[in-house]
Ligand binder design. Structure first.
Ligand code: ARG
Length: 274
């Protein structure tokens, strides 16, 4: 009897353990399909407020970056769990090695390279200016004396600082780019500076808002990469997987689905020799 009850207790404890370990867990944001249990799951962080690269829809994260990082991880033999942590925390997560990588339309630059590692470049971008159609702002120089909204901690902030001066109070810094656009729409700013694709997409999707995008040729060309903790062994594997997707047509397919045009793979590959 005693043995039996010990045994039953054992069985009971085992089933509790199994239930908690294998029971249905909370649905994870951005989880598109069942995880393959044989594979390591990478924790990927993003700021999902940058349509069409990453944005929240329903209870999931969508966007070009999301489809792309999933495809790259699959090619490299990993599962991914993608989490929206917003912009500033994303850098802390990677610096503290709490996440394996960040994907978030992140520009590769010398400053960031001091603290983080980057994959090869996968997307070409430049900052542009969003204004109301009747604005007298026609170039970067015209931003002087105007109130300019940017997402804090971005290359857009640096671009505007280079024109208006670092501590200029007319630079309004927001936690995410959607808030910067709201400031323009509410009359609290005269312009938004952000990545061209994001601004162009916003204008296209909101024709009734009478906005337009201005190109200033002096704004630098930028390249997006995945961002890893410094010294991460993942970089090499993900770079190889990115190249494989460049070569086997998968990258072009995902790119065309989101942007309707073909990527300049030859140029992206040339950048790898720099
Ligand atoms: N490319 C710019 C940068 O790296 C802006 C990126 C913002 N991305 C985002 N998901 N909010 O600074």
């Amino acid at each position: 009897m005693k043995i039996f009850s010990k045994f039953s207790l054992f069985v009971l404890l085992c089933s509790i353990f199994l239930l908690t370990a294998c029971g249905p867990s909370e649905p994870t944001t951005g989880e598109a399909k069942e995880l393959d249990e044989d594979k390591v799951t990478l924790r990927v962080v993003t700021d999902a407020a940058y349509t069409p690269f990453e944005y929240l829809e329903g209870d999931g994260i969508k966007g070009f970056d999301i489809d792309f990082v999933r495809a790259v991880a699959e090619e490299a033999g990993y599962n991914v769990k993608i989490e929206h942590v917003s912009w500033d925390p994303l850098f802390e997560e990677i610096e503290n090695k709490d996440a394996d990588l960040a994907v978030s339309a992140i520009t590769i630059n010398e400053d960031r390279k001091q603290t983080y590692d980057f994959s090869v470049a996968y997307f070409l971008s430049t900052n542009k200016i969003l204004v109301l159609k009747d604005s007298d702002i026609k170039s970067g120089e015209d931003l002087e004396g105007k109130v300019v909204a940017v997402q804090n901690g971005t290359t857009a902030k640096e671009t505007v600082e280079a024109i208006l001066g670092k501590n200029n109070q007319d630079i309004r810094k927001f936690e995410n780019n959607n808030l910067a656009i709201q400031a323009l729409l509410n009359g609290k700013a005269d312009a938004v500076v952000a990545d061209n694709t994001v601004l162009e997409e916003y204008v296209k999707k909101n024709p009734e808002k009478d906005l337009m995008v201005i190109t200033d040729k002096s704004f630098a060309e930028e390249h997006y990469g995945f961002m890893f903790p410094k010294g991460s062994g993942l970089k090499e594997k993900m770079d190889k997987a990115i190249d494989d997707l460049f070569d086997n047509g998968s990258f072009t397919e995902i790119y065309q689905q989101w942007f309707g045009t073909k990527p300049d793979i030859e140029y992206l590959k040339e950048l790898q020799n720099e």
